[in-house]
Structures are given as structure tokens and as C-alpha cells.
Design a binder for this molecule. Structure first.
Ligand SMILES: [Zn+2]
Ligand SMILES: [Zn+2]
Length: 285
């Protein structure tokens, strides 16, 4: 990377809006808080330190946690624009002129007002990452969502018994303690530690619901070969059958790509050319 490239790279990392910076800090803080809560409070209660099961949980948890951060890092640092490719000065069929970038943009690219650039095969602007999800970083976004979801399932199942022992079984009061811990504490129904445990339990349940919805929604979009934008417009002109659609996102080596974000899995094309579905083309279902 030359000096100009480095400068652009660090410029790109800067949060674009204060609200996005807050969302980013909140997410990182919660990831740490939940990991430390499971590791230092819940785990030693169930298993003796350095016993076989203790080590298995540490390794599994650490794998999920590292993958979350690595995919998050790649999501933020991957260039999603066509700047390096050099956009043609002549408007090709299917391309559009972007008045903001003053460049011709390929099909499926859209301009993001927050990022202030045209993003190849733009899906949406992610508030937590503070940047757009598009052709080159879609894979990282999806694996981030997957590992977050797996982590949330893991945490909820893992601390379930401990939490119910601390704040009571699943019922009206537990739910109320999770939603409004301070009110319950003021009423004298729980201790400060109870509030803390309720908060951790509450945020884990909330995270599970959020990530489940995210994963479900995005998987549906990929399945149909769409982007969020095309889904809104009810366009399915790039649907090439679900297998091909998944390769378009996860690359040719999708079966290895999940292990770690730097595992190479080349994407078909460069993000400016997309094969359309024609009525006569049979889909490989
Ligand atoms: Zn633009
Ligand atoms: Zn954006």
C-alpha cells in the first residue's frame, strides 16, 4: 500500500457519525463484557479450572470470539468501491452516472450518502461497522452475523441455569428484572449483583433475537440472489439458483471460508459484471 493508499485506509476507518461511533463502542464493550462474564463468573461454577470441559469451553468460546473480531475487522477495512478498478469514462449499457462521485457506476452499485462513495453491489449501510456492506465485504458481514448468532446461542444456553438460580426461574418477575432491573432493585426485589446478572442475561436474549432476525433476513436475500435494495424493488434479475447465489457471496471456496476471514475464497467477477437470469436459462437447483 502506498502512502496515499494508507491515508485513504485510515480516513475510511474514521466513524462518519457520532451515533455510529456510539453503536460501535457499545457493541465492542458488550462483546467483552459477555465473554468475561462467561469466562470468569459462569464457567468456574460449572467446571473446575483447567479440567477437560473447562478447556473445551474456553477453546470453543475463544474460536467464536476471535472470528467475530476478525470478520468485523475485515468488514470495516475492505475497500467496497470500484476506485482501484478505474471506472470507464463512457457510459456502458446498464451503468449509471453518479453525480456525487462524478463517475460511471456499474449495475447493482449504489451511492451511499453516509460513506459518500459508490459501493459495488451495495446491500446496506451497517450502523455498527459504520460502513457499507457490498460485493467485497458481504462474506465478512455474513460470517460476523453467523458467529455473533452462534455466540449468543452459546452464551444463553451456557448461563441459563446460573442466571435462573440468581434471579429466579423463567417467569413474570425474571422478565421484568431483565427489562427494568433498576426499577426492580428500587422496589427491593433484587440486589445490585442481581441487576448486573439480569442485565447480562437481558442483553444476551436481546442479542440472540437481533442476530437471529439479521441472519434469517440476509440468508433469504442471498438465497434469492438479491441485495436489500433489489428486494425492496422486488427485482430478481440476478437470481441464478441458490447454489450459485451463495457462491456469489461466499466465493468459490465457501466450504473453507467460514473457518477464518483470511482463508482465500475468490469471488466470481470483479463486482462490475453480473450475469442476469434469462427466462431460457435453466437454474441449477
Ligand atoms: Zn457515488
Ligand atoms: Zn455506507
Amino acid at each position: 500500500m502506498d502512502d496515499q493508499g494508507k491515508k485513504r485506509f485510515f480516513e475510511g476507518l474514521k466513524p462518519k457519525k457520532p451515533s455510529e461511533f456510539l453503536a460501535f463502542v457499545f457493541m465492542i464493550a458488550m462483546l467483552w463484557a459477555i465473554a468475561l462474564f462467561e469466562l470468569f463468573i459462569v464457567l468456574p461454577i460449572y467446571h473446575d479450572p483447567f479440567s477437560t470441559w473447562y478447556c473445551i469451553h474456553v477453546v470453543c468460546g475463544f474460536f467464536l470470539w476471535l472470528n467475530v473480531f476478525a470478520n468485523f475487522f475485515m468488514l470495516i477495512t475492505t475497500d467496497t468501491t470500484g476506485k482501484k478498478l478505474g471506472m470507464p469514462s463512457v457510459l456502458k449499457p446498464g451503468w449509471t452516472y453518479c453525480p456525487f462521485c462524478q463517475l460511471n457506476a456499474p449495475p447493482r452499485a449504489h451511492h451511499c450518502q453516509i460513506c459518500d462513495e459508490c459501493v459495488l453491489k451495495r446491500d446496506h449501510h451497517c450502523v455498527f461497522a459504520g460502513r457499507c456492506v457490498g460485493f467485497r465485504n458481504y462474506r465478512y458481514y455474513m460470517f460476523l452475523a453467523l458467529y455473533l448468532w452462534m455466540g449468543a446461542v452459546y452464551a444463553n444456553v451456557f448461563h441459563h441455569d446460573y442466571v435462573t438460580d440468581e434471579i429466579g426461574g423463567v417467569g413474570f418477575w425474571t422478565l421484568l428484572t431483565m427489562v427494568t432491573p433498576v426499577v426492580i432493585w428500587l422496589l427491593g426485589y433484587t440486589s445490585v449483583y442481581g441487576i448486573f446478572v439480569s442485565f447480562m442475561a437481558g442483553i444476551s436474549v436481546f442479542a440472540l433475537l437481533l442476530f437471529s432476525a439479521m441472519l434469517f433476513f440476509q440468508t433469504g436475500i442471498i438465497f434469492k440472489g438479491q441485495t436489500s435494495y433489489e428486494r425492496k424493488k422486488k427485482k430478481r434479475e440476478y437470481d441464478r439458483g441458490w447454489r450459485r447465489n451463495f457462491i456469489e457471496v461466499f466465493g468459490e471456496r465457501w466450504y473453507l471460508a467460514w473457518i477464518w476471514p483470511t482463508v482465500s475464497s475468490p469471488l466470481p467477477g470483479d463486482g462490475t459484471n453480473f450475469k442476469k437470469t434469462y427466462p431460457e436459462e435453466s437454474k441449477d437447483m
